[in-house]
Design a protein around this ligand. Structure first.
Ligand code: GLC
Length: 736
C-alpha cells in the first residue's frame, strides 16, 4: 500500500476520503498553512514576525522594506517535504514554483500539490486601470475580458489563484481602498463580481490559463468608521444583507471557490472570528462549498481585536469560526494539534477545513497536473500586443468626462498645448496601487501619450503633490501655449491599502496651481489622476473641461490622448459620488430618506456650509455628443418590471451611452433609499439615431429586509427612473 494510493480511486470524493484517511494530523494542519516565501536572508524571520515587528513599531516601514528587499525566496523545502505547507502567496515564476511543486508532489509522503496565490488585482503584467476606474466602463464584457487576460498572464507565471476581485462596497472616499473597489453601488458591484469571477476562472478551472478567483474582503470592509482603514464596522443586519453581502453571493453563484474574509469586525465580531458570516451566511445561505483564507496576518490580529488571548487562542477562534486557511501567520501550524489534543477544537472542525481545501485543489486539477507544463508561456503569454490593445481600449472607456464647457474638448491636434503637472510624467502613479507584478517601464505616461498624438506639445512638471508650485517654470511653460492641460491628482500611494485620507482635496498646492493657471486667462483642461472621489468644488466650478482618468494602467497615456483628441468619444460613468467637502463623507447616492429631506429650509437635513447634491453624482459622465431621453414606460408583468425608454443621439458624432434604471419604494415599513440602481444597458448610437431600450427588473429584487430580518417585497407604489445618471433621468410610477 503506497501513501499515494488515494489517486487510484475513481471519483474525487473517493480520492479525498482515502487521502483524509491516510493523512496524519500534522499533514492535515499543513494544508491549512499559507506563507510567503520571502524570508529575510539570515534573519530567518517569517512574514508574520516581520509584519508583527512593523505593526508594533519595533521596525519602521523603511526597515521592513529594506529587510524584504534583502530577503531571498526560501520556500522552506524541508517543511514542504514534511507536508507542513499547503500554499504560498506573494511569489510567481514558472521555474521556481515548479521546483517547489516538485518537492511537494514527488518528495512528500502524500504528494499533495501546493497552491500558489498572488495579488493580481488589475492585471498581472498587462496592467489595466485600477478597479475604480475600470468600473466606470459599466461594461461587464470588458470587466470579464481584462480578468481573462490577467488569468492568462498570471497562470503563465505559475499563479493558480488570484486574490481578486475585491467587491467591497465603498461609500466613504476617505477610505484608501475605494480605489480597489467597483464603487458605492451594490447592483453594479454584484454585476462586476460575476464578470470578474467568470473572467478569472474561464470555462473550466482545470484549464491551464484559468485561475481561482478569491472575492474579498468578506465583509463590509468599506464601512470602516471614519473611513479609516482597518477600523471598526458597526452596521445593521439589514444594511449588511442589503448593501454589503450581495456581491459575495453573486460571486459564489458565479462559481467562486475561495473567499477572503476582511480584517475588520462587523458590529463587534471580527470577520476572521465570525461564525455567523462564515458559516450561517457564506456556507448555509450562499451554499459556498469552497474554502476561506484569512487575510494576511488576520488570525494573529484577533489578539489585537481582543477576541483571542494569545496565538493559540487565535488559532482556536479562527478555525472554529470557519477560517480554513491561515495566511501569513503560523498560528494554525503551531497550535491546532495541541488544541485538538486538549479538546478545545475537534477533529471534525479540522477535517472540514482540510476537505474544503483538498476539494478546491482537485477542482483546479492540481492533482492531475500540478506543474506549469509549458514554461514557454511565460515568454509568449505576457504583454501580448493584443493585451496592450485591450488595455488601451479599456483605459479609454474608463475615462469620465466630468465637464466640457463650450465643447472645449476634444482638442485640435495642431494646437499649441502646454502640459503641466508632475503626475503627467509619472509611470508608477499612472499604473496605480496593487500593480505588484506590473513593471513601470511598460507604462505610457500621460505626457508620452499626448506627445505621441500631437506635434506641438510642451511639458513642464511645475507642480507636484507636495510643496509649492514653481511659478517661474509655470509662466514659461504656458507663455506660448494656446491651451493648458493640467494633470493633477493623487499619487498611487495616496490610495490603496492603509492609505485613508482625512482630507480628500487635491494634495499639496495643486488647487492653488490650477487657480494660477486659470488666472492666465488661457483655456485650461484638468486631467485628474486619482484613486478616489476628490473634493474639488472649485475646480468643478471654474475649470471648463475636466477628465477623470483615475490610474489607467500601462496604456494610460495613449488612452488619455485618444480621448483628449477625440479618437475615442468618452463614455465612462462614475461609480462613486464626488462630495464637495471631506466632511460630507460617507457620501453616496442611494442614501435613505429622512423625516426632513434636505432642502433650502433651515430645519432640514442639510449643512450650513456645504451643498447637499454631489459635485459629480453617481452615474455621471458626459460624451462628445449629446443624448436625449423620451417615452419612458414601465409595466409589471409575470413578476417582472419592464422599463422602456427611448434614447436619441442628438449630437454630431457616434457615442456610447449607459442607460441607468433606478427604483424607489415610496412607502414601506422601513425607510428606503431615495433611489437604487436596478439595471443598466450600454448602447452605441450614430448621430440622429434613436433606440428604445428595455430593461427588465425582477419584482423580487425590489424587496428589503424588514425589522425581523424577513425579506419582503411590499405592495405599493414604486418610482421608476431611467436616465443618464442618478441625478438626470425621466420618472414614472408603477404599482405592485
Ligand atoms: C493584504 C490585503 C489583501 C491582500 C492580502 C495578500 O493585506 O488586505 O487584499 O490580498 O493582504 O497580499
Amino acid at each position: 500500500m503506497s501513501a499515494k494510493d488515494y489517486m487510484n480511486k475513481k471519483s474525487t470524493a473517493e480520492r479525498i476520503a482515502a487521502l483524509m484517511e491516510e493523512m496524519t494530523i500534522e499533514e492535515k494542519i499543513g494544508q491549512l498553512h499559507q506563507m510567503g516565501p520571502s524570508i529575510v536572508g539570515g534573519f530567518n524571520l517569517s512574514l508574520e514576525d516581520m509584519v508583527g515587528m512593523m505593526l508594533d513599531g519595533r521596525i519602521s516601514k523603511e526597515e521592513f522594506d529594506e529587510m524584504m528587499a534583502n530577503s531571498h525566496e526560501d520556500f522552506y523545502e524541508d517543511e514542504i517535504r514534511a507536508g507542513r505547507i499547503g500554499a504560498y502567496l506573494g511569489t510567481f515564476g514558472a521555474e521556481k514554483l515548479n521546483a517547489a511543486q516538485k518537492v511537494a508532489v514527488e518528495e512528500s509522503r502524500l504528494g499533495i500539490p501546493l497552491l500558489f496565490g498572488y495579488d493580481t488585482i488589475h492585471g498581472h503584467r498587462t496592467i489595466f486601470p485600477i478597479p475604480l476606474g475600470e468600473a466606470c466602463t459599466w461594461n461587464p464584457q470588458l470587466w470579464q475580458e481584462s480578468a481573462r487576460i490577467a488569468a492568462t498572464e498570471a497562470s503563465a507565471t505559475g499563479v493558480q489563484w488570484v486574490f481578486a476581485p475585491m467587491v467591497d462596497i465603498a461609500r466613504d472616499a476617505r477610505w484608501g481602498r475605494v480605489s480597489e473597489s467597483a464603487g458605492e453601488d451594490t447592483f453594479l458591484t454584484s454585476t462586476y463580481a460575476k464578470a470578474k469571477v467568470k473572467g478569472f476562472q474561464g470555462d473550466s478551472l482545470k484549464n491551464k490559463d484559468s485561475v481561482l478567483a478569491c472575492p474579498k474582503h468578506f465583509v463590509a470592509y468599506g464601512g470602516c468608521e471614519a473611513g479609516r482603514d482597518y477600523n471598526t464596522v458597526d452596521i445593521s443586519m439589514q444594511t449588511l444583507h442589503e448593501v454589503y453581502l450581495p456581491p459575495f453571493e453573486a460571486a459564489v453563484s458565479a462559481g467562486a471557490e475561495v473567499i477572503m474574509p476582511a480584517f475588520n469586525d462587523v458590529s463587534g465580531v471580527p470577520c476572521t472570528a465570525n461564525s455567523y458570516l462564515l458559516r450561517d451566511v457564506l456556507r448555509e445561505q450562499f451554499g459556498f462549498e469552497g474554502f476561506t483564507v484569512s487575510d494576511a496576518n488576520a488570525v494573529v490580529e484577533l489578539i489585537n481585536h481582543g477576541v483571542a488571548a494569545d496565538r493559540k487562542d487565535a488559532a482556536r477562534v479562527a478555525l472554529s469560526a470557519g477560517i480554513c486557511m491561515d495566511m501569513g501567520t503560523k498560528c494554525y501550524q503551531d497550535y491546532i494539534a495541541e488544541l485538538i489534543q486538549e479538546g478545545s477544537l475537534t477533529m471534525q472542525e479540522l477535517d472540514e477545513a482540510v476537505e474544503r481545501i483538498l476539494q478546491v485543489k482537485f477542482d483546479k486539477g492540481l492533482f492531475d497536473e500540478p506543474f506549469i507544463t509549458d514554461a514557454q508561456r511565460e515568454k509568449t503569454d505576457l504583454l501580448r500586443p493584443e493585451f496592450r490593445a485591450k488595455a488601451r481600449e479599456i483605459a479609454a472607456k474608463s475615462i469620465v468626462l466630468l465637464k466640457n464647457e463650450n465643447q472645449l474638448l476634444p482638442l485640435r491636434k495642431d494646437a499649441k498645448i502646454a502640459v503641466v503637472g508632475a503626475l503627467a510624467d509619472s509611470r508608477p502613479d499612472m499604473i496605480g496601487a496593487w500593480a505588484m507584478s506590473g513593471r513601470n517601464e511598460d507604462c505610457v505616461t500621460a505626457i508620452a501619450g499626448i506627445r505621441a498624438a500631437a506635434p506641438q506639445v510642451t511639458y513642464a512638471p511645475c507642480c507636484g503633490t507636495d510643496g509649492d508650485f514653481n511659478r517661474e517654470e509655470t509662466d514659461t511653460a504656458i507663455a506660448e501655449a494656446e491651451i493648458i492641460v493640467a494633470v493633477v491628482g493623487e499619487l498611487a500611494d495616496h490610495s490603496g491599502e492603509a492609505s485613508s485620507r482625512a482630507d480628500i482635496t487635491l494634495p499639496g498646492k495643486q488647487q492653488a496651481f490650477v487657480d494660477y493657471l486659470l488666472a492666465s486667462g488661457k483655456p485650461v483642461v484638468c486631467v485628474l489622476m486619482n484613486g478616489r472621489p476628490l473634493a474639488i468644488p472649485s475646480i468643478a466650478e471654474k475649470v471648463p473641461a475636466i477628465l477623470d482618468i483615475w490610474q489607467l494602467g500601462i496604456e494610460g497615456g495613449n488612452a488619455l490622448a485618444d480621448v483628449l483628441f477625440g479618437a475615442v468619444n468618452p463614455s465612462g460613468k462614475l461609480t462613486t459620488s464626488f462630495p464637495a467637502f471631506t466632511g460630507q463623507c460617507p457620501h453616496y447616492y442611494n442614501e435613505p430618506t429622512t423625516g426632513r429631506p434636505g432642502g433650502s429650509f433651515k430645519f432640514t437635513s442639510r449643512y450650513l456650509d456645504a451643498p447637499l447634491k454631489s459635485v459629480f453624482p453617481f452615474g455621471h459622465g458626459l460624451s462628445y455628443t449629446t443624448f436625449a431621453y423620451s417615452d419612458l414606460a414601465a409595466v409589471v408583468e409575470k413578476g417582472q418590471v419592464k422599463v422602456s425608454v427611448t434614447v436619441t443621439n442628438t449630437g454630431s458624432r457616434e457615442g456610447t451611452e449607459t442607460v441607468q434604471v433606478y427604483f424607489r419604494d415610496v412607502v414601506a415599513s422601513r425607510i428606503r433609499p431615495k433611489k437604487s440602481l436596478k439595471g443598466f444597458r450600454q448602447i452605441t448610437l450614430a448621430p440622429g439615431e434613436r433606440r428604445c431600450v428595455t430593461i427588465t427588473v425582477p419584482v423580487a429584487e425590489l424587496g428589503y429586509y424588514d425589522n425581523r430580518m424577513e425579506y419582503i417585497v411590499e405592495p405599493g407604489t414604486f418610482r421608476v427612473m431611467a436616465g443618464t445618471s442618478s441625478e438626470e433621468y425621466l420618472e414614472t410610477e408603477i404599482c405592485l
